[in-house]
Structure formats: structure tokens, C-alpha cells
Design a protein around this ligand. Sequence first.
Ligand code: ATP
Ligand code: SF4
Ligand code: MG
Length: 385
Amino acid sequence: MAKNNTIEIENDYTPLTYDPQYILMVNRLKKYFPIKGGMISKTVGYVKAVDGVSFNLKRGTTMGLVGESGCGKTTLGRTVLRLSGEKTGGQVLFNGQEVYDLSAKEMRALRTKMQIIFQDPFSSLSPRLPVGEIIGEAVREHGLVPKEEFNDYIDRVMDNCGLQPFHKDRYPHEFSGGQRQRICIARALALNPEFVVCDEPVSALDVSIQAQIINLLRELQEKYKLTYLFISHDLSVVEHISDSVGVMYLGNLVEYGTTEDIFARPLHPYTEALFSAIPIPDPDAKMNRIILKGSIPSPANPPLGCKFHTRCEKCMDVCKYAAPEWTEVEDGHFCACHLYNDSEAQSRAEAAAKAAVDAGGAEEEKETAEYVSRKKERAEAARRG
Ligand SMILES: Nc1ncnc2c1ncn2[C@@H]1O[C@H](COP(=O)(O)OP(=O)(O)OP(=O)(O)O)[C@@H](O)[C@H]1O
Ligand code: SF4
Ligand SMILES: [Mg+2]
């Protein structure tokens, strides 16, 4: 257990054994942002943006990452790339190497191998540099190609990304949204990366342009054997581009599996609800949309037990007090939900729930229920006048 200021943070994990088929292995990864309070700016709590996430990503494949706004997708992507300061707990192995054990010099070398593409291409491009410079800046800094080959290299990268090399003296504002995203892709690709986090790369673009950018990402993946972590709100895009999908809720992965399994047989009630909103192209088919009640709770004060229990239609007593285990329900299809417990996990969950109740969890639940009912009564009285 790590002590950070005055609040204790659990950092419990079984260290990973490296498996070379995976470019990225993430184990119980945590990233908490401190909440400061009081006169001396003491840490009074944490925003648990990423709260014990585990997955393995195969080389040359794409993992889609979905979930409601604020569930921690961007923080997970940035923490994997070590772009968000220190991690709070867990492991990130890139090609078997713990990313957070590297020195500043080693990290700088690794930066070329791990890149990120953002949602808003305009704000991530310097308005004062011509695109040739934007794409080539880091190439020059890392000395990736000899000086005499630099211009040809940038032309080639631009060409590969569907940009006209003779446009390299133009500035970002002279390009359309789709072209600007191509510039961002070219900038990332120029460094010859192995792994790219694509954070909502097409959300800000028109639908017709989205398809072009998705196709470009796929072509480049095939050509350069790239691995992507593809963050998106758009489930149709995720289905189209991903080999595997992770579903995130309030800092945790609640389900992970192949795209086929996740879309054909979603296990977790949250995934079911999320996917029930996908429009069906057949006008005669009936959509059984599951409307999620309430909004996503605060990651600074997540619910006890299963974090989804306050919104889950299938919530059982045990869900309110014991967090479900991350379980491989089918081959390669993982889920964290008490509905899929085997008898041993069920006993552990019941024991954990009992311990939480004995430690005061029941009181907390009771107090919350009483508070809600008092509030309802007052609202009802106010309505009646
Ligand atoms: N630097 C930070 N300091 C404090 N809290 C942060 C910081 N970055 C993110 N958070 C919080 O962490 C949580 C997760 O944020 P994050 O941006 O990762 O969500 P997201 O899933 O990417 O959302 P969106 O779909 O809207 O992009 C949010 O509650 C957010 O307010
Ligand atoms: S653990 Fe319980 S509350 Fe959580 S998703 Fe499963 S059934 Fe719903
Ligand atoms: Mg985000």
C-alpha cells in the first residue's frame, strides 16, 4: 500500500510475465489526480480517473476503447504513454519494458515508438509553422534521417498520408479539417512509431471525411504493422476498425474481448445498455434500447461495490458492497460483473460484501437511501405547495 500525503492508495498487483506476442501489457494500472483542499493545500481526496485497468494488446492490431464521457479513456491513453506525470499504481510494459522505469534519456528514445493523435487537429498544430516543419520537427530533433535525405523523407511521409508534398510550405489554417488530421497523422507517422493512441481522431470531422481518415489509418497500419489504441464514442467506427474492444466505466474496464464477441454477445449490463443505442440499418427491425438511469457518478467519490450498481437494472445485494472480479468468462472474453461469478468467486464476493457491511458499508447505503427518500418527500411537499 503506497502512502501519498495522508491518504493511503492500494497498489496491489501480481507482476506480469512478458509475453512477446503483446506489444503492450497493462496490469492493474491506476492514475489518480489529487484533490487539494484547506489552507495548506493538503490532498483531501483523489479523482480516480484510471482505477486498476488490465489488458494485453497484440502487435499489429487495434483495440477500441469506448465508454461515456469522463470515464477515463483519455487518461488511460496518456498514462500508458507516460504523458500524465507518474502513474499511481500498476504496470505498463511496452515490448516487455516497464515504461515508468525508464530514465529521461531512455524515455525520449521511446517517445518515437509511442505516438498520439488527438481529436482536435487544429489546436494540436502550431499555427506559426509550415506543415513541412510541423511534420519534420521531431524527425530532425531525434536525428531520424540524414540531413540530405530530410526533404525527400518528409515528401514521402506526406504522400503516404494523402497530402501533396508541394503544400509543405503552407500553414495549418490553409487546410481543411480532414487535411489537418492527415497532417497530425503524418507528424506521428514520420517518427516511425510502433504504437499509436488515436484519441477520438475522427470525432471532429464530417462523416464523409471520417471514412477517408479511418481508411488511411487502416492502410498505414497494414503497411507499417502499426498497433492502435483507438478511443471513440462512435461504436460503429469502433466496430469497423477494431480487432478487440475494451469498455470503460468510471475508471475501470468492465468488459474486454474480440470485436466480434463484444458486439455479438455483450456480457456486462453496461455494455448491453451502451450497445443497445447503436442504430439498426433495417427500418423493420425493432431497437430494444436500454435507457441508463441517472448520470455517471463522480470518479472522486465512486459508489461502493460494483461502481455501476447505482444504474444497473440487474443489481443484486452483493453488488452494493463487493467489487466484482475481472474474470475470463469465455476464451479471451473478460468481464467484471457478479452475474458471471463461479461458485468460488461468489463465495469471495459474499465474504467481501459481509466485511464491507460489518465495516459500515450498510450504514452508508442506509444513510444514502434515507437522504434520497427525505429529498423526494421534500420535493413532493414543495410540489403540493
Ligand atoms: N489533469 C487532470 N486533473 C484532474 N482531473 C483530471 C485531469 N484529467 C482528467 N481528469 C478527470 O479524470 C476523469 C477522466 O477524464 P478523461 O478525460 O480521461 O475522460 P474521457 O473518458 O476521455 O472523457 P471524454 O469522452 O469526454 O473525452 C474526469 O473526471 C476528468 O475530470
Ligand atoms: S456486478 Fe451487479 S451491479 Fe454490477 S453490473 Fe453486474 S449485476 Fe450490475
Ligand atoms: Mg477523452
